[in-house]
Design a protein around this ligand. Structure first.
Ligand code: ZN
Length: 165
């Protein structure tokens, strides 16, 4: 287990499409464990593999409540319903926050770390986090989706309680 270096705004890997994972080998398991450590180190609620420089379809999420930690391989958004306006941030954009419209509810299909098919029905923050991380796998960052006029740039020493994904 190790903390990986994050990729930040301006790094072109953040705008590339990540590739499907065909075999869940030890390297992928190690990557997933490292991503969880890295997300926790920076108090993030989600992290996608391109954010640590790996163009593979792997995301991790943790809402810091019992049973809300997920490691998802090749996640696909299969259903979405409604919308919510949410304040969003991103570990790759540590000083930026803004309002984004996300689906209120989603269904995502993926493989877990053991290669077992899983289906997640999510709403609110979990739906938001899933959409944000799946966007990363398609080279889309939240600043592309921020509602005009809501992007905030904060100075490093000011406190912002928004969740970072
Ligand atoms: Zn992000």
């Amino acid at each position: 287990m190790a903390i990986r270096n994050l990729r930040y705004e301006g790094d072109e890997i953040l705008s590339k499409r990540a590739r499907e994972i065909e075999v869940i080998d030890d390297k992928i398991k190690e990557l997933a464990a490292d991503m969880i450590d890295t997300m926790h180190k920076w108090d993030g609620v989600g992290l996608a593999a391109p954010q640590v420089g790996v163009l593979k379809r792997l995301i991790v999420i943790d809402l810091y409540e019992e049973g809300t930690q997920y490691t998802l391989i090749n996640p696909v958004l299969v259903k979405q319903k409604g919308e919510q306006e949410v304040e969003e941030g991103c570990l790759s954009f540590p000083n930026k926050f803004g309002k984004v419209i996300r689906p209120k509810e989603v269904e995502v299909e993926a493989l877990d770390i053991n290669g077992k098919k899983v289906k997640i029905k999510a709403k609110d923050l979990l739906a938001q986090a899933l959409c944000h991380e799946i966007d990363h796998l398609n080279g889309i960052v939240f600043t592309c989706k921020v509602e005009p006029g809501t992007l905030e740039v904060v100075t490093p020493n000011s406190n912002n309680e928004s969740k970072k994904e």
